[in-house]
Design a protein around this ligand. Structure first.
Ligand code: S3P
Length: 184
């Protein structure tokens, strides 16, 4: 179980698990910045993720992803880091994440992920056969998420992002530090 150390909270999990929406809420509750690794890559390059993928390929994207993750984890200012689903593929990234606390895995049933990503995405890995790709990727990555996470939070369509956010804050012992803004 992670210590409420004031270190950045890292959210990991598959595409569609809700890292961005939960990350936004966590950041708001804590008064911290949200850093989304995909957005950081886009800021760094001035191109969108699909553009980078198309022009330079997945390997080039993964290098940029590792670069922004390392920079984010090295920040002395606590922030909420929404790490894109594929960060766990790289061994160096996994080592960095294993050394960092707290890392929170948003674990969703694969059926939930498939249902969610049907509602639009722009994710190159899911361009053809989204359900098949999601099933295969989830099975490949699940052991990595499990190995790295300090805290696992189950998410599904019964639990809106607000509930998930509250559970994370509670588990990390951060509820008293957080504000009680009613308009989350
Ligand atoms: C990917 C996840 C995406 C994005 C890219 C590849 C992956 O980010 O980085 O499409 O390999 O799981 P999200 O997890 O934020 O959707």
């Amino acid at each position: 179980m992670a210590e409420p150390s004031g270190a950045s909270i890292v959210l990991i999990g598959m595409m569609g698990a809700g890292k961005s929406s939960v990350g936004r809420r966590l950041a708001r509750r804590l008064g911290w910045d949200l850093l989304d690794s995909d957005r950081q890559v886009e800021e760094l390059t001035g191109r969108t993720v699909p553009e980078i993928w198309r022009a330079d390929g997945e390997a080039a994207f993964r290098k940029l992803e590792s670069q922004v993750l390392a920079t984010a984890l090295a920040s002395a200012t606590p922030q909420v880091i929404a790490a894109a689903g594929g960060v766990v593929l790289d061994e160096g990234n996994r080592r960095l994440l294993a050394d960092h606390q707290p890392v929170v895995w948003l674990r969703a049933p694969v059926e939930t992920l498939i249902a969610r990503i049907k509602r639009g995405d722009g994710r190159p890995l899911l361009a053809d056969d989204p359900a098949g790709a999601m099933t295969r990727l989830e099975a490949e990555r699940r052991p990595y998420y499990q190995e790295i996470a300090d805290l696992t939070v189950d998410v599904d369509n019964e639990h809106p992002a607000d509930d998930v956010t509250e559970r994370i804050l509670r588990h990390l012992g951060l509820t008293s530090a957080a504000g009680t803004s009613p308009n989350l």
